[in-house]
Design a binder for this molecule. Structure first.
Ligand code: PMP
Length: 390
């Protein structure tokens, strides 16, 4: 009976071109990726600095494995904090310029745990309309009231703030670099409003960490406002090529989360080898700034070339480059045609993005060569013309 019900729902997704499925990859996530025995140029990962398959991360993980084993045994509150966890937290707090840090097992768990523990009934959460699903899920779990403002619209945010009297705690939550649009939140404006209205600020820097800022420290460095963001959350799985997430802020905030964030309390700690790989990634991030330079050079080239060809890249200014197509079917066809020609780029459809904004989501990395980028542009041009997009 259950299967019959599910099959009906899956058929409905099929009819709407919204069904998703998994593809198997052989080997590592890198500049190219192997599927079904064939290599594809990989233009869709979040591996911005190309560290996911870096031999030094592997070595760091292997020596942590030898030293500390693989599993971490239990929740940190039960079995204790391993030296790799402690070191990673100290390192991240120093990197972000905050008093303290707490690591979570992934970004999804960090957002759900942070938001649902800090805010509750009687509180008000103001949230950019395009914020990530994990932020929304945290909000729903929190039971706080919430209002969404149109994407990056500061006038609308201010209007909501003007009408926000009577709530206990208030918080503005935004991504720094928006994961499906590649544009950047006006954090300076958000902080100005937060100060004026006495509101807490939380930033999800998943796609800014390692990418934004002179030294790759993320959005707070880019806007020079580290001390003004109360809750800096980010992931270790994107530019840092590892896995896990962090929350940086005051010592008091971390003490609270250790006690109250259910996705921290009730889960087994991150394996030590994973934390060791993140530590190595931070070393590389700090000592090899040329990676970021190449990333931005590739970003500029791909973004400008696509715009010159007449593609709609929305308001992207970062290595996340959407190509707006609107119709789901055409986005899928575009992605499939690229795949047939050896290039992996995903079609992103609702509910990940709003209705009628299906798109290709291209991401460039520091591992791509100029020839890789030129090859991508050439294929985009040919297929874009065939599909009457340019
Ligand atoms: N926040 C944002 C903005 C993201 O894009 C993602 C992942 N795509 C997450 C949180 C979740 O991070 P993780 O993959 O580590 O669970």
């Amino acid at each position: 009976m259950l299967d019959a019900f599910l099959k009906e729902q899956l058929a409905d997704l099929d009819r709407k071109n919204l069904r998703r499925s998994l593809r198997c990859v052989d080997g590592a996530q890198d500049r190219t990726i192997v599927m079904g025995g064939k290599a594809y140029l990989n233009f869709c990962s979040n591996n911005y600095l190309g560290l996911a398959a870096d031999p030094r991360l592997k070595e760091a993980a292997v020596s942590a494995l030898t030293r500390s084993g693989f599993g971490s045994g239990a929740s940190r509150l039960v079995c204790g904090t391993l030296s790799e966890h402690r070191e990673l937290e100290e390192r991240l707090a120093a990197f972000k310029g905050t008093e303290s840090c707490l690591i979570f097992n992934c970004g999804y768990m960090a957002n759900v745990g942070i938001i649902s523990s800090l805010f509750g009934r009687g509180d008000l959460i103001l949230c950019d309309r395009l914020n990530h699903a994990s932020i929304l899920d945290g909000i729903v779990l929190s039971r706080a009231s919430f209002r969404r403002y149109p994407h990056r619209d500061m006038q609308a945010l201010e209007r909501l703030l003007q009408r926000s009297g009577g709530c206990k705690k208030k918080v503005i939550i935004t991504e720094s670099v928006f994961s499906m649009d590649g544009d950047v939140a006006p954090l300076d404006e958000i902080i100005r409003l937060a100060r004026e209205y006495g509101v807490v600020v939380m930033v999800d820097d998943a796609h800014g960490t390692g990418v934004l800022g002179e030294k790759g420290k993320g959005a707070a460095e880019h806007f020079n406002c580290s001390q003004d963001v109360d809750i800096q959350m980010g992931t270790l799985s994107k530019a840092l090529g590892s896995f896990g997430a962090y929350c940086c802020g005051s010592k008091c905030l971390m003490d609270f989360l250790i006690n109250k964030a259910r996705s921290f309390v009730y889960t087994t700690a991150l394996p030590p080898a994973v934390a060791a790989a993140s530590l190595k990634a931070l070393d590389i991030l700090e000592t090899e700034p040329e990676r970021r330079k190449t990333l931005w050079k590739n970003t500029r080239f791909v973004l400008e070339s696509l715009q010159n060809l007449g593609f709609d890249t929305m308001h992207s200014r970062t290595p996340i480059i959407p190509v707006l197509i609107k119709e789901e079917e055409r986005a899928l066809t575009f992605s499939r045609r690229l795949f047939e020609q050896g290039i992996l780029v995903s079609a992103i459809r609702p509910p990940t993005v709003p209705a009628r904004t299906a798109r290709l989501r291209l991401t460039v990395t520091a591992r791509h060569s100029q020839e890789d980028c030129e090859c991508l542009i050439q294929k985009m041009q040919k297929i874009g013309r065939d599909l009457c997009l340019i």
